[in-house]
Design a protein around this ligand. Sequence first.
Ligand code: HEM
Ligand code: HEM
Length: 130
Amino acid sequence: MEKIIVWYLRMSVVYFVTGAVAGFVMILWPENSGYYLKSHAHLNLLGFMSMMIYGVGYHILPRFSGKQLYSPKIMHMQFWLANTGLIGMAVSWPFADPGSTSFPLLISSAISLIAVALFAFNILKTVKSV
Ligand code: HEM
Ligand code: HEM
């Protein structure tokens, strides 16, 4: 398995543990859960689940479709964007005023969105039938 794919899987597991700890913190201090809820949800869903799917998808989908991955360069670039974006979101959410968007949150969300789009592009180009 390619080294970068192993890193996708490693980071996925790191976000799972971090997300679960954030969930447990909300159980311990429910009065403050509003600060952590969005970080918790996205560490688990954009971190654990999506990062696992990126890693497994990059490994398996080219093999299933009998093709080379369209762009290993995009796969590498996306790794850094996905991680920077998610960490930025998870850290800046608790500090953003409720109902408003802070500048760090806006930038990190945009980076996460670019990572999502790059994955979609790279995988769709890989599995396209012709
Ligand atoms: C040890 C594991 C976990 C603990 C202790 C935990 C704890 C919590 C708590 C206490 C809340 C509610 C906070 C509130 O409304 O005040 C919550 C919400 C949430 N959790 Fe977890 N959680 C865990 C794992 C997960 C996992 C694995 C996922 C997803 C893969 C997840 C996704 C969510 C989502 C999406 C919400 C928000 C639901 C909503 O919109 O109200 N959690 N969690
Ligand atoms: C570019 C990536 C993403 C961005 C920028 C983003 C942004 C947001 C925002 C702004 C909210 C609303 C927060 C509020 O209530 O004020 C939200 C909520 C939520 N998002 Fe995302 N999201 C992203 C990806 C995802 C993904 C991939 C999933 C699931 C696989 C997801 C699941 C959820 C859930 C379950 C909630 C409700 C959580 C809660 O109860 O507060 N998000 N997201």
